[in-house]
Design a binder for this molecule. Structure first.
Ligand SMILES: Nc1ncnc2c1ncn2[C@@H]1O[C@H](COP(=O)(O)OP(=O)(O)OP(=O)(O)O)[C@@H](O)[C@H]1O
Ligand SMILES: [Mg+2]
Length: 158
């Protein structure tokens, strides 16, 4: 199964991210794919808002991982925001140990994560960011983990 949501503006993508927080459960790994500037970081800003992150979310391109404390009633205490665009070898991603990084009460959102999908060792969701024009994007969610969240994703996509 896959689910789609159209985002006409940057603000729409933030709102889509905010709503996506309600799809997430503890331990989830979400891989974000799409070209440079497609809106992955923008979406994470929205998810952070939905999870009750108070600090500013910026691109983790150079740090690879940023950890944000959350305040919500979903039981998700930490948001791991990763970007593996600059990794030079899969070993570097293994060093990040993203699978283990997701403690029971955390979720991980990984920009360019499809580059390392085989390393996560568990079911993941993927969100592809399709660029339609300067402002419009089409978000497509799929993956084995998404199938287990079908009813929440039906709501998110409607
Ligand atoms: N509908 C939209 N959704 C998201 N971003 C949009 C949209 N329309 C225009 N934009 C603009 O596109 C840019 C998206 O940048 P963002 O950093 O989120 O992309 P990214 O996918 O994380 O890129 P990178 O691969 O470099 O990390 C922003 O400048 C944003 O304002
Ligand atoms: Mg980014």
């Amino acid at each position: 199964m896959s689910w789609q949501r159209f985002c006409a503006t940057t603000e729409d993508t933030i709102t889509a991210g905010e709503a996506f927080a309600g799809v997430l459960s503890q331990g989830d790994i979400v891989l974000l794919s799409g070209t440079l500037g497609a809106g992955k970081t923008t979406f994470v800003k929205g998810v952070a808002k939905g999870l009750g992150v108070s600090e500013r979310v910026t691109s983790p391109t150079f740090t690879m991982v940023r950890e944000h404390l959350c305040s919500n009633t979903l039981g998700i205490e930490t948001l791991q925001h990763c970007d593996v665009y600059r990794v030079e070898s899969l070993d570097e991603v293994l060093d990040l140990a993203l699978g283990e990084l997701v403690e029971e009460s955390a979720v991980a959102l990984v920009e360019w994560g499809e580059l390392a999908a085989s390393l996560f060792g568990r079911d993941v969701m993927t969100i592809d960011f399709g660029v339609l024009d300067d402002d419009a994007r089409i978000l497509t969610v799929d993956g084995a983990l998404a199938d287990t969240r079908a009813s929440r994703l039906d709501l998110w996509a409607s």
